[in-house]
Unconditional design. Structure first.
Length: 33
């Protein structure tokens, strides 16, 4: 059974999405200019 969790961080300049799947962290950045 796979564990899948999400963490989402947001501020005025940047949004970051963290995805934890099995034993791996995937980090997705959204830069706002």
């Amino acid at each position: 059974m796979c564990a899948l969790s999400f963490k989402f961080f947001s501020d005025e300049y940047e949004m970051s999405l963290f995805i934890f799947f099995d034993d791996y962290w995937l980090k997705v950045d959204f830069i706002q200019y």
